[in-house]
Ligand binder design. Structure first.
Ligand code: MG
Length: 386
């Protein structure tokens, strides 16, 4: 495999380039806008995402821990910033469009409901009873297309097609048969590399950060992780040898940095190598492939899977966190049914959506936008009458 240094001196073919300039088809918007004097379309999208109300609410949403006794635990916002940092670095090393990659990273979790994945599962279970589903990527698209209201002339943020396609395609594949409403996004084609990178940047960010927060919480211990996760123990041993006088916390910090760096280096090198082996010379070539091309080498994929498996077994499904998951189920389930049975209790801002989207979708959209503290306050206010 090539080293990262070799990649920097041998960029992928320029014909691949997502230029992001006004003549790039990926910068088309639903409502046409005049070019900005000094900002590119993707830079404007990045700004629109950062200024969105839904983006600010990420500060109050669970990443892993809903109840955060220390200020150092990640929220969904600080996780998002870590993903953006990684995505931009990887995009830069591969000579991709860094502004597109950064905008996609900043928006990638904007559709997450309160209480992290347990909130998403709970909301999905509620909607299934009404023949509907909840999916955070599809909800993110609804946020940027409809719910954000910052422009007098139209609903939503009027983001470029490149960013909207990336919201839909960054982490999974949808089919037109299941989602005819997404037909405009060429679902049978692979997304640009900038979008393909986001899921991996997300994994790199949370696998390392969740170990960190797991230690901070006291649920994980260094000895246990060293005994069960070879990648961690390998770097930890090396750091201990190099810094024999360093405190355990410093060795953890060094180890997690090394792990993050190793994942990033491998992602860059492997993705670049696959581009060359498959002779990808343009975005059209990439779009025609049967599978995505960004990813890790087989060896690093094993390390990634092992880290993820470890976190599921010993952190996400630990008794401490299962208690929070049960709380999320109860709060989401109770409030959803309360508003389904009593839609008159919904705020007046939901009334017009009730007519167009029906009560179940309107309630789910309203709840998905909530922060952890807001939904807990709603639960406290409503549980007596539900
Ligand atoms: Mg994420």
């Amino acid at each position: 495999m090539e080293s990262v240094t070799e990649i920097r001196t041998s960029p992928i073919p320029a014909a691949y380039a997502v230029t992001g300039m006004p003549d790039d088809p990926l910068v088309a918007r639903v409502y046409e806008e005049a070019p900005h004097a000094y900002r590119t379309p993707f830079q404007r999208d990045r700004a629109r995402i950062i200024h969105a109300r839904a983006f600010r609410r990420l500060a109050g949403k669970t990443q892993v821990f809903t109840h955060r006794p220390s200020d150092h635990f990640r929220s969904r916002l600080t996780h998002t910033m870590e993903v953006a940092q990684i995505a931009r670095a990887v995009a830069g090393a591969l000579h991709l469009n860094e502004d597109l990659a950064e905008a996609l990273a900043l928006v990638h979790d904007i559709g997450h409901p309160p209480f992290g994945h347990s909130g998403e599962h709970a909301l999905d279970r509620c909607l299934r009873e009404h023949g509907l589903r909840f999916d955070h990527n599809l909800h993110a698209l609804r946020i940027v297309e409809f719910f954000e209201q910052r422009y007098a002339a139209f609903r939503g943020l009027n983001l470029t097609i490149g960013v909207r396609e990336g919201i839909i395609k960054h982490s999974r594949d949808y089919t037109v048969a299941d989602h005819p409403e997404l037909a405009a996004y060429a679902l049978d084609q692979q997304p640009p590399l900038e979008a393909q990178l986001i899921d991996w940047a997300d994994e790199i960010a949370y696998l390392t950060a969740d170990l960190d927060d797991g230690f901070e919480s006291g649920i994980l211990t260094v000895d246990h992780v060293r005994a069960h996760l070879p990648m961690f123990s390998r770097f930890y041993d090396a750091m201990e040898l190099r810094f024999p006088a360093a405190a355990t916390q410093m060795l953890i910090n060094e180890t997690l940095k090394q792990m993050l760096g190793a994942f990033v280096d491998d992602l860059i090198a492997t993705t670049n190598q696959r581009l060359r082996i498959r002779h990808i010379g343009s975005l059209a070539d990439l779009r025609r492939l049967q599978t995505r091309i960004a990813g890790f080498s087989d060896r690093m994929e094993e390390e990634r899977a092992a880290a993820k498996h470890y976190l599921y077994q010993y952190l996400y499904q630990s008794e401490d966190l299962e208690a929070a998951h049960r709380e999320a189920e109860e709060v989401v389930g109770t409030l959803f049914n309360c508003w389904i049975d009593n839609p008159e209790l919904l705020p007046s801002s939901c009334l017009s959506d009730l007519q167009t989207d029906g009560v179940a979708r309107t309630v789910a959209d309203y709840m998905a936008g909530m922060t952890d503290s807001f939904i807990l306050a709603q639960f406290a206010a409503h549980k007596a009458r539900c």
